[in-house]
Write a protein that binds this ligand. Structure first.
Ligand SMILES: [Mg+2]
Length: 113
């Protein structure tokens, strides 16, 4: 499914429920942040090895997939409402990061942005 197809699916879901007035950039950004927190909560208190094995537990794997879908949904919806071309934005950001983090020094640089 393409990005635009996913956005159309989500726009239709919202439209059929009359949710467009609530899908302001502010609300969508806040919802995205909340869902990212819910995804992070699935890993809270797990040690490194446990987090790497999380998909081996069917219940935990399902929870992780659903939170990832929530994050993706709100990101796609936010991009749609703002008119952001996510594919172009991703390509631009990777190009910027290629310059910021040359491969020959990438193991010694901070990667916090
Ligand atoms: Mg959620």
């Amino acid at each position: 499914m393409s990005i635009s197809s996913m956005q159309a699916l989500l726009a239709d879901f919202a439209a059929r429920r009359g949710w467009e007035p609530f899908h302001t950039p502010k609300n969508l950004a806040m919802a995205l942040t909340g869902e990212a927190g819910e995804l992070a909560a699935e890993f809270q208190w797990l040690d490194t090895e446990e987090s790497a094995q999380v998909m081996n537990d069917p219940d935990k794997a399902h929870a992780v997939r659903m939170e990832m879908a929530d994050v993706l949904s709100y990101l796609l919806r936010l991009a749609d409402v703002l008119g952001v071309d996510l594919e172009a934005a991703l390509k631009e950001k990777v190009a910027i990061n290629e310059g910021r983090f040359p491969t020959e020094v990438s193991m010694t640089r901070d990667v916090d942005r």
